[in-house]
Design a protein around this ligand. Structure first.
Ligand code: SF4
Length: 349
């Protein structure tokens, strides 16, 4: 059974999506910046934790310096379990906030605090609180792509890698769910589990742009290609997929499925790892709106793109920059947000 929301559309308007053109560096500059950052990480006793969508050089550097590259769930775990007192989180703000909530005694800095997420921006805490109050009989499940304030209002936090089994288990206990903020992921989970889910109406500006008709056309050109889709994409795109899943699950599918070529519907930052790990396979981007060449149609998150090598170096160079770009969360909100976040981490996998 499902319930339809009467909420307004919380997709981010085009004008609120920044245009961002990542820096283009000569190989020698890349090498020099990487060497400098590696030295600074050591000097500051810091570790670099990067998401799969950020610049490939930053991903490589994280691995080369003993940090990690992963999805948001593993980023949170890694940051919590690492003994470095300072975490440099290359991703978007909610990832820095999750790291801080789980490691309140650590300093968590980001290359830029301007790295937002359309899902987070499309779920204002006050309006979300009113939605929760209007539906008190529902278990509140929020996607990790939300602010600490929204997490503090929830019963469960989930990432795309664990959303399905967690909702399944809640449904098995007869719980009705209030889901936020991604409507496409919510609908996908609702469809898979049959759970009673009331959906917020946010969307990811990157994944919402994948187009099913153009994907069908591309499949006709490459009939042997497998299709890998992130569940933040529209239902009609998900319907064409050979595998649907989080970034980690897409990487696993690319490794395990027999296809030699894949069409991939997720942020193109993931192609760095897909190609590194599968040098004999070919990966092509699923089509987006394309022709207009707006920031929405480039299959790359403008906020993730802000995590450039030069910004990682900048934040580590002097202590005042580190203080300026430090994640700070009201301790009471952090304490409340920790409860649903911890529930997710404790969920048996
Ligand atoms: S890709 Fe989408 S969901 Fe991920 S950070 Fe960017 S806007 Fe948010």
């Amino acid at each position: 059974m499902s319930a339809e929301t009467t909420l307004p559309d919380y997709s981010l308007p085009e004008e609120q999506v920044p245009m961002f053109f990542p820096e283009v560096l000569a190989e020698s500059d890349v090498a020099a910046l990487k060497e400098e950052i590696a030295g600074l990480l050591k000097a500051r006793n810091a570790v670099l934790v990067a998401h799969y969508y950020v610049d490939g050089h930053v991903q490589d550097l994280a691995e080369e310096t003993g940090g990690c590259v992963s999805d948001s769930l593993e980023m949170a775990r890694f940051g919590r379990d690492h003994d470095a007192p300072t975490l440099v989180v290359a991703g978007v703000r909610f990832m820095g906030e999750s790291a801080k909530i789980l490691s309140p005694d650590k300093q968590v800095v980001m290359p830029t605090l301007a790295a937002e997420c359309s899902l987070d921006l499309g779920c204002p805490p006050d309006e979300f609180e009113a939605f929760c109050k209007a539906n008190p009989d529902r278990t509140v499940v929020v996607y990790a792509n939300t602010s600490a304030k929204v997490k503090a209002l929830s019963d469960w936090v989930v990432t795309s890698s664990v959303a399905l089994p967690i909702v399944e288990s809640l449904d098995a206990k007869g719980e009705k769910i209030l889901w936020a903020p991604d409507k496409h992921l919510g609908r996908y989970i609702q469809h898979q589990t049959g759970a009673d889910m009331l959906l917020w109406s946010g969307a990811c500006v990157v994944h919402e742009e994948f187009k099913s008709k153009a994907l069908f056309d591309l499949k006709a050109v490459y009939p042997d290609a497998g299709v890998l889709v992130h569940p933040e994409s529209p239902a009609a795109v998900i319907d064409i997929a050979d595998a649907v899943g989080s970034t980690s699950q897409i990487l696993a599918a690319a490794r395990d499925l027999p296809h030699e070529m894949f069409i991939v519907a997720t942020d193109r930052g993931l192609f760095h790892k897909l190609r590194q790990r599968n040098p004999d396979k070919r990966f092509i981007e699923a089509p987006t709106a394309g022709d207009g060449a707006t920031c929405r149609s480039c299959a790359h998150c403008p906020w993730m793109a802000m995590n450039e090598l030069s910004k990682v170096a900048e934040v580590l160079r002097d202590e005042s920059a580190m203080r300026d770009k430090e994640i700070r969360i009201d301790p009471d909100i952090a304490k409340r947000a920790m409860v649903p976040l911890q529930r997710m981490l404790d969920f048996p996998r």
